[in-house]
Design a protein around this ligand. Structure first.
Ligand SMILES: NC(=O)c1ccc[n+]([C@@H]2O[C@H](COP(=O)([O-])OP(=O)(O)OC[C@H]3O[C@@H](n4cnc5c(N)ncnc54)[C@H](O)[C@@H]3O)[C@@H](O)[C@H]2O)c1
Ligand SMILES: N[C@@H](CCC=O)C(=O)O
Length: 566
């Protein structure tokens, strides 16, 4: 550096004639960002009428959903059907599983598209995402909501916070975070001598996006955030969220995303998993779903490591065994309201749903009575009925798993069903919100993810708050969300320390569900996932392999150092 300085004057003249920076950094028009308002759907409102009309239209047809690779629609093999979980004789979408060969074709198209797409200026990509968000918030909002309500059995409000608000927020906030992150440039001590810059690149290869059934917005985020950052994507949606995910795919085409950047590839899970993990081009897996599936994918990647040209990025947001912990100083009504909502909204099929609650003996009776009373008011039924609180669970597999836990509880003297416990799968997969009291804090009801409307309560001795609190982290492998309820600030301070590693999203006097993009970036630790915080500023950075560039404008002459010449 010093020797370069000694030559600045002579070399500087030379430079003026021939060398200046060639790296062009993106110049953004600065913009802010706000959360999409959640519409209320009151009687007589425009949004309610529009949604009712769209529900009618969506229910009237079985929509044909092809595989789409590079803009080409493909139909192969036996057709399959997505049904309405609350009325499983009604087919809402007809689709096809991509064969191994077709998945390989999608990989090739994504890899080729990546190289071209990565050269598209960031400003242009941002414009497409902003277009898409406008379409989602306006013209297509009720199409997304209707597909989510009928296909994934969500009530009006649960669809609105997911397939409208959260999806739109992901698109708006991710471009905002991209722009803000791109503002950082490394130090250039003397820019007339050397200039340092950092640019974002997609990863050469392809990203496999594998999405779950329970949030339409998550499908959109998993597939399109890597694309935003310059990647080519093969998207495998969930069979039971197919229609809503298909509608996102079409909105992105309408917004101007070129063919081939994201390819829509429904497939059998293990066939898809095997095909992507055996491809040398695998650059990353963006997964949200259960722990067993993510563990399987991770193992396959490990086995194939020597094949890849990149270390594949593995992002997996997985399950939870989320808790509400009640201190003797808690406000009882808050506990009851928050717990009913967290445990039973969308039938406990949120990864963040509360499924275990620890209650001190001194508050057990009022809390129990409150929960039983509020639970009895919940209307369970067809999600197109605006009075319904929750509808059916997603499919027969979920129905059998959840009711298995309930049947088990009925046969175990340590467990007592204090409300609910009924189920009926004849027309739709209906499981009534169920509350169980257990005397065993290590029972599987308190430790395993059930992913259904089953809440288990354990009553602890008020004198053993610390011992009860220690159970939270020690009795499960998960650490996704958790909430503490107390008015005692000394206890809350202690809980903040003691429970630090038990939840990636921690709530104080609030329910464990309902994170909002940009407000509570989401994800858990331990076996709940890689905690890459969807909806936070770091998430976009997981999908770029940045390049540092140093440009030097003075000719390099000296090999020795000044002190050698002294
Ligand atoms: N932490 C989070 O942010 C978060 C968010 C939503 C859901 N979840 C979790 O997701 C789970 C529920 O979703 P789900 O039932 O759709 O999960 P799942 O694991 O059954 O399926 C997720 C996706 O993986 C696919 N899949 C299955 N086997 C595969 C394989 N061998 N290779 C590749 N893909 C395969 C499925 O078809 C689906 O698209 C719950 O455990 C829930 O807690 C977590
Ligand atoms: N973001 C959602 C959960 C997503 C997982 O299913 C919440 O905070 O309730």
């Amino acid at each position: 550096m010093l020797s370069v300085w000694t030559r600045t004057t002579r070399a500087g003249r030379f430079l003026e004639r021939s060398l200046s920076s060639i790296v062009e950094l993106p110049k953004f028009q600065d913009f802010g960002v706000q959360n999409e308002p959640v519409l209320e759907y009151r009687e007589g409102s425009g949004e309610r009428a529009a949604l009712a009309a769209e529900l009618k239209q969506t229910a009237a047809v079985t929509e044909e959903v092809p595989i789409v690779i590079g803009g080409e629609s493909i139909r192969e093999g036996e057709p399959r059907f997505q049904v309405m979980p609350h009325n499983h004789s009604k087919k809402i979408a007809k689709f096809y599983y991509a064969s191994e060969k077709t998945i390989q074709k999608a990989i090739k198209v994504s890899v080729d598209a990546q190289a071209r797409w990565d050269r598209t200026p960031l400003q242009e990509r941002i414009r497409i995402w902003q277009n898409a968000a406008e379409l989602m918030a306006g013209a297509h909002r009720q199409k997304l909501n209707a597909a989510t309500m009928l296909g994934q059995s969500k009530s009006v409000i649960q669809a609105e916070i997911d397939s409208a608000a959260e999806l739109i927020d992901f698109f708006r906030f991710n471009v905002y975070f991209l722009k803000e992150n791109a503002k950082y440039q490394p130090i250039s001590e003397n820019p007339s001598v050397t200039r340092n810059s950092l640019r974002f690149r997609g990863i050469d290869g392809f990203i496999a996006a594998i999405s779950p059934f329970n949030f339409t917005a998550i499908g959109g985020n998993l597939a399109y955030t890597p694309a935003l950052m310059g990647n080519g994507v093969v998207w495998k949606p969930s069979d039971t969220a197919l229609l809503s995910n298909w509608r996102i795919f079409n909105i992105m085409r309408e917004a101007g995303l070129p063919d081939g950047v994201v390819n829509f590839v429904p497939a059998d899970g293990p066939t898809f998993g095997r095909t992507i993990t055996s491809s040398p081009d695998l650059a990353g897996i963006n997964f949200t779903g259960s722990v067993p599936t993510f563990n399987w994918l991770w193992n396959e990647v490990g086995k194939n490591l020597s094949r890849y040209r990149n270390y594949p990025r593995l992002i997996g947001e997985c399950g939870g065994k989320n808790y509400h912990f009640v201190h003797p100083s808690a406000d009882i009504q808050s506990v009851v309201t928050a717990t009913i909502r967290s445990a039973f909204e969308y039938n406990g099929q949120k990864c963040s749903a509360c499924s275990r609650i620890y209650v001190p003996k001194s508050l057990a009776e009022p809390i129990k009575n409150g929960l039983i009373q509020e639970r009895s008011k919940l209307k369970i039924g067809d999600p197109a009925d605006f009075k319904v609180f929750a509808a059916a669970v997603i499919d027969d597999k979920a129905f059998n798993r959840i009711t298995g836990y309930i049947k088990n509880a009925k046969n175990n003297p340590k467990n007592k069903i204090i409300a609910g416990g009924e189920f009926d799968g004849s027309k739709g997969y209906f499981v009534q919100p169920t509350i169980i009291e257990t005397s065993d804090p290590h029972d599987k009801l308190m430790t395993e993810e059930i992913f259904g409307p089953v809440l288990t309560m354990y009553v602890y001795d008020d004198r053993e708050v610390d011992k009860a609190m220690a159970l939270i982290g020690s009795s499960t492998k998960f650490a996704l969300t958790g909430a503490v309820f107390a008015m005692d600030k000394t206890f809350l301070q202690k809980a903040l320390d003691e429970l630090k590693m038990t939840a990636g999203n921690f709530y104080i006097n609030d329910k464990s569900t309902g994170s909002v993009v940009g407000q509570q970036p989401f994800g858990g630790g331990r076996m709940s996932g890689t905690n890459d915080k969807a909806g936070g500023p770091g998430y976009v950075m997981r999908w770029t392999t940045p390049q540092s560039i140093k440009e030097t404008f003075v000719p390099l002459r000296d090999i020795d150092y000044p002190y050698m010449r002294d």
